[in-house]
Ligand binder design. Structure first.
Ligand SMILES: [Ca+2]
Length: 448
């Protein structure tokens, strides 16, 4: 959605029909395919909308429904979507409203289907974050519209539409109307998909009983794409260095910025090749307060800053790197008072993936310099929180908001056994009762 798009009340009118006039408005009990696009992609958005409706899908597109407040409409539209088609383009990436829409869909775990509309454009930052790893459909590839549209329906939309119907106990999906046999290729494999999704839901409910998931699976749970860590693509070449430890064992014993391949794409990180035997991949680094750490969920997921300066590597990568073999965690810090140095070390550090909201699931055993509290103990088994995604257990306050930084908050009370390494510099950046001037969180594969 563009900021301009709500200015238009233009209805769809294609081939002499006017679907808008017969289309029911989005309501709480009906799910739809949502089209999320920026203004310059409107022609393609309308064409896809028209074709989806022709094949019986209920579709939400802003030019039909934008009558109330833009944010209320956006909120309602995303919440009532069972899948969101995102029209990937540079303008989409630059639009604040599009960012809100995509972020909300991602946070609500609604399946996202990237539609490529701009040749040679590679999404970055939040757009990469919400679309990476998802099956995409490239309408700039030169293949016919019909063949790409067919794949969009059969491989992406139909594969996620049934769980919502099952959960809402409707025997007939309200967002679909029958279309002549032979023309609705989108529904061709629906029975099989329904059965498959039902089995998946059973598995998820089973897992929920085990206490891992919530009460019942959602469409998002049933879609492995959604819970796929966007950075979980395996490294393309096992000979490439996966971490700073690989660089160290190859003879690079100077600390600095290195390129590693924990996934197939190259990642720039700072390597500590000196302390405690070297080979440490730095996942968080602060030393002068120049980088704002009071950031939203998607920034904490995808990372911010740079490897040569203050830096947060990103939860997706941290999760990926800590899930493949046991990692040690080391934290080096300098206190504001007397510039006293300290360190803490944990024999294991595992951060779960997106489906766990990046919970810390293991910290192993603690050791550290004299007087250093076992501060990660309090963070164990807690989800990550940001000001816009509150996962803390304190009912009266949003800890990430009051502490001005994302962290694994249990509560907002900072006692001597807590730390907040991402809190506001000069105020909430602390371990125990000590304010800090610098910190480095770093991981290394454990040997032995
Ligand atoms: Ca709270």
């Amino acid at each position: 959605m563009s900021s301009e798009s709500n200015k238009s009340n233009e209805n769809l009118s294609v081939n002499g029909t006017n679907p808008a006039s017969s289309q029911p408005k989005a309501s709480n009990d009906e799910k739809h395919v949502m089209i999320s696009y920026n203004w310059e992609s409107q022609k393609l958005a309308k064409k896809i909308c028209k074709n989806l409706e022709k094949h019986g899908y209920k579709v939400w597109i802003d030019i039909k429904y934008m009558q109330k407040n833009i944010y209320d409409q956006m909120d309602e539209a995303v919440r009532n979507a069972y899948v969101v088609l995102i029209f990937v383009s540079k303008k989409y990436q630059e639009s604040e409203n599009c960012r809100r829409e995509a972020s909300m869909a991602a946070d609500l775990k609604i399946p996202i289907v990237p539609i490529y509309t701009e040749k040679n454009f590679k999404p970055e930052k939040f757009l990469n974050c919400v679309t990476a790893g998802q099956l995409y459909h490239d309408f700039t590839s030169g293949k016919s519209f019909d063949s790409i549209f067919k794949e969009l329906c059969s491989k992406s939309i139909d594969s996620v539409n049934m769980p919502k119907v099952l959960i809402t106990t409707k025997s007939t999906p309200s967002h679909r109307t029958p279309t002549p046999i032979g023309t609705n290729y989108c529904s061709k494999h629906r029975k099989q998909i329904c059965l498959l999704v039902f089995l998946l839901l059973l598995a998820i409910v089973g897992a929920a009983v085990g206490g891992y998931f919530g009460f019942i699976g959602t469409a998002a749970d049933a879609n492995p794409n959604l819970t796929t860590n966007s950075n979980s693509t395996p490294a393309a070449n096992s000979d490439l260095p996966r971490s700073c430890r690989d660089h160290y064992t190859s003879g690079s014993d100077t600390s600095g910025v290195y390129t590693i391949y924990p996934i197939s794409d190259p990642i720039q990180v700072y390597c500590d090749q000196v302390r405690d035997g070297g080979g440490w991949t730095v996942i968080q680094r602060r030393f002068d307060g120049s980088l704002n750490f009071n950031r939203p969920w998607l920034d904490y997921r995808s990372g911010f800053g740079s490897a040569s300066g203050e830096h947060w590597l990103g939860l997706d990568l941290i999760s990926t790197m800590t899930s493949g073999g046991v990692q040690e965690l080391r934290v080096d810090f300098v206190k504001r008072i007397f510039s006293e140095r300290g360190d803490a070390k944990y024999s294991s550090f595992v951060v779960g993936d997106l489906s766990t909201e990046f919970s810390i699931t293991s910290i192993g055993t603690f050791s550290g310099s004299t007087g250093t509290p076992n501060f990660m103990q309090n963070a164990l088994n807690t989800k990550f929180s940001t000001s816009d995604l509150e996962n803390d257990m304190e009912s009266s306050r949003n800890c990430a908001e009051s502490e001005e930084g994302g962290w694994w908050y249990r509560d907002c009370v900072f006692l001597s056994d807590r730390a907040n390494l991402n809190g506001r510099y000069d105020l909430h950046f602390e371990i125990g009762s000590s304010n800090l001037v610098s910190s480095e969180m770093k991981i290394r594969p454990r040997t032995g």
